[in-house]
Design a protein around this ligand. Sequence first.
Ligand SMILES: Nc1nc2c(ncn2[C@@H]2O[C@H](COP(=O)(O)OP(=O)(O)O)[C@@H](O)[C@H]2O)c(=O)[nH]1
Ligand SMILES: [Mg+2]
Length: 293
Amino acid sequence: MDTRCGYVAIIGRPNSGKSTLFNRLVGQKISATSFKPQTTRHRIVGVKTDPSAQFIFVDTPGIHLGGKRLLNRVLNKNALNVLHDVHLIFWLIDRGQWTDEEDYIKRSLEKIDCPVILVINKIDKLERRDDLLVILQKLTLKFDFAEMIPVSAIKEDNINDLVETGKRYLPESEFYYPTEYLTDRDHKFIAAETIREAAFMFLEKELPYATHVEIEKYEQEDARLVISAVIWIEKEGQKGILIGKKGEMLNKIGSRARRAIQNHLNTKVHLELWVKLKKDWQDNPQIVGEYES
Ligand SMILES: Nc1nc2c(ncn2[C@@H]2O[C@H](COP(=O)(O)OP(=O)(O)O)[C@@H](O)[C@H]2O)c(=O)[nH]1
Ligand SMILES: [Mg+2]
């Protein structure tokens, strides 16, 4: 057999750049990214196929300490569970920033028999290239990494090296998916994530985390796609902020999301957003259950 195929988990602390790297590797924007930690809530699969290998990447919510709410606990559990089902792990770190959360991840990995490639991300932010040497020396002592590869997910620096190196760790196997297959997530899911991403972009403090997007209507009507979505919030007081003065905030979120969905699907989109209250949904097992995997 001359092809390789396997599952690769992308893990790391919130905000280390997992979803950015995931989208980059798959070559399409599937997973929501933002400059706020913990944007990712689902386990998302994205497939990259080249003539000799098929990678099935799994983007995960960030692994983090603390977080007492049910949603946080479920996200953490999801991210850790996936480690048992993969052939290779890409562990992202933000340059040399080794914190308590990295120690926590390290302890979780010690119980797992799977090669780990440390992906040192955001190297575009290093002031001097020499700093990289110091970082590599420091990190190599931390864990028995199969490899350590510096990249910039955003600038697409050294991604090819990561792919070629990663390939060597995949088992020899037939491809699991057809070569053109990209993701297990449908357009409706991506639309909901795009709306949530826009909300993350404009809302502040705890409010983005209080949002949960539900698509109520997703229908092609003549030449345009009509989407109607509810943004759930947790507290009455959050409604006003999300809607904004004269609806300004909701409009801003809506037009950004509409443009992004339009670009993604290459079709005209009409987007309606509604804001509704579901008290303390982050502790509501029924809703959090949707994120369970
Ligand atoms: N400068 C720089 N920023 C990055 C890079 N990769 C990701 N980011 C930024 O880091 C933030 C978190 O990224 P995201 O992919 O959502 O992180 P996640 O929480 O680990 O999924 C976003 O603002 C990204 O634009 C990188 O290579 N360089
Ligand atoms: Mg993410």
